[in-house]
Ligand binder design. Structure first.
Ligand code: CU
Length: 166
């Protein structure tokens, strides 16, 4: 008897849940997005902003580059390559188990950010043509899958500079 009542009320709850689901999918009439985000004003172009860029003064003939790319749009993008006058071979690296590995691209999620930081994902300038010094600025151009390229100047900081450390 008790058991039967429980089963019955579970069924009622399930029916109610289904009804709710049906209702909400009905007024979100546009197809596709499974994220449940309600930003409808997307014209399909990612809106990217770069902040916190820097390069630690290189100690060898290679250098790292760090920055944050913020995406204020409902369209995801990818960082696909980086170019700079100081190196003909600028790569993008991820760090796994304290080892660096070259990757083809980094995801820049919709309404999210891509963080390139020490100990993690980073830009890697191989075979430097010149060694920038603290106080210099290094020009780079970021290339994306969808967005137009963005030019950034990386201020050169002390070799051990890390904005995450307090
Ligand atoms: Cu690297």
């Amino acid at each position: 008897m008790t058991r039967r009542t429980t089963a019955l009320s579970a069924a009622v709850a399930l029916a109610a849940a289904l009804a709710l689901t049906g209702c909400s999918s009905e007024d979100g009439s546009s197809a596709g997005s499974s994220g449940g985000a309600s930003n409808s004003s997307s014209n399909g172009k990612p809106e990217l902003k770069v902040s916190g860029a820097f390069m630690p003064q290189p100690v060898m003939d290679m250098a790292g580059g760090f920055l944050t790319i913020t995406n204020d749009s409902a369209t995801a993008d990818k960082l696909t390559s980086v170019t700079s006058p100081i190196s003909d071979d600028v790569q993008i690296h991820e760090t796994k188990d304290q080892k660096m590995r070259q990757v083809k691209s980094f995801d820049i999620p919709a309404n999210g950010e891509l963080k390139l930081e020490r100990g993690g994902n980073h830009i890697m300038f191989m075979g430097l043509k010149q060694k920038p010094k603290q106080g210099d600025k290094v020009a780079v151009e970021l290339h994306f899958e969808k967005s137009d390229p963005i030019k950034v100047e990386l201020p050169v900081e002390a070799p051990n500079h890390n904005p995450k450390q307090h």
